[in-house]
Ligand binder design. Structure first.
Ligand code: HEC
Ligand code: HEC
Length: 192
């Protein structure tokens, strides 16, 4: 009798807490990302990108491309293989709902002036400061880690490194070597 009612109670509890459990498990999953990407996906800089506040479509697409092997990476391609497609979609939605928070980074007046010039061709897609992406699959660059962006631009410029976006590959490949770091610092130091 006692056992039966306990069981009934557990079943009831189980059903009524299902949505809460799902939210808990996505929180737990997302915490494993925070070790590298920062709380709420706001990076401390260096090689780690901020991911909080990028669009869900972009976050999901990049992760799925790593999972299928269509796109190369240093770390994420191996790490993401342990996640189901549903978990990837949930993680993308979770981080997209966080506010985009530019990392405070400073560049010299000289770099800013030159940066404005060399990023002229980038603004049609990224906006003048990198903060006005023209579509959902274009990531925000304003206040993104400059070092990370430099590393990414080098990947697009390296024909032997598997990247997927043809126009971005073309744009990056056309850049002068010396301008790559300048563009990365220019966008990295933008607050809007
Ligand atoms: C061990 C550190 C580490 C962990 C843990 C980690 N990441 Fe990453 N992440 C990186 C690095 C480094 C990059 C840059 C690409 C690369 O080199 O792999 C990256 C890039 C990304 C990007 C692409 C960002 C962009 O703007 O292109 C996404 C999306 C991402 N990670 C999502 C996640 C999610 C979601 C998790 C948790 C499930 C996670 N990462 C866990 C290190 C990590
Ligand atoms: C035709 C539109 C277009 C133009 C022009 C363009 N970009 Fe991009 N950029 C994109 C898209 C879309 C992505 C994401 C591509 C992908 O999924 O790999 C991207 C990605 C990037 C990234 C990686 C960000 C991240 O979070 O991984 C950087 C850095 C970047 N662009 C800088 C530049 C710079 C600098 C220029 C100008 C020299 C430029 N882009 C020109 C559309 C464009």
């Amino acid at each position: 009798m006692r056992r039966k009612s306990t069981l009934a109670m557990m079943v009831c509890l189980g059903l009524s807490t299902l949505p809460a459990l799902a939210a808990d498990s996505i929180d737990a999953l997302a915490r494993t990302c925070n070790n590298c990407h920062g709380v709420n996906g706001v990076s401390a800089g260096g090689a780690m990108p901020s991911i909080g506040g990028q669009s869900a479509a972009y976050l999901k697409q990049v992760m799925m491309q790593w999972k299928t092997g269509e796109r190369a990476a240093a770390t994420m391609n191996r790490l993401i293989k342990g996640y189901s497609d549903d978990q990837i979609a949930e993680l993308a939605t979770y981080f997209a709902a966080k506010p985009w928070t530019p990392i405070p980074q400073k560049a010299s007046a000289e770099v800013m002036a030159k940066g404005k010039e060399v990023t002229d061709k980038c603004s049609s897609c990224h906006g003048d400061t990198g903060g006005q992406p023209d579509d959902e699959l274009t990531p925000r660059l304003n206040g993104q880690s400059a070092m990370f962006m430099h590393l990414e631009l080098d990947k697009y410029r390296d024909a032997g490194f598997k990247m997927t976006h043809k126009k971005m590959i073309k744009s990056a490949t056309k850049m002068e070597e010396a301008d790559v770091g300048i563009a990365a610092q220019y966008f990295g130091s933008q607050s809007k």
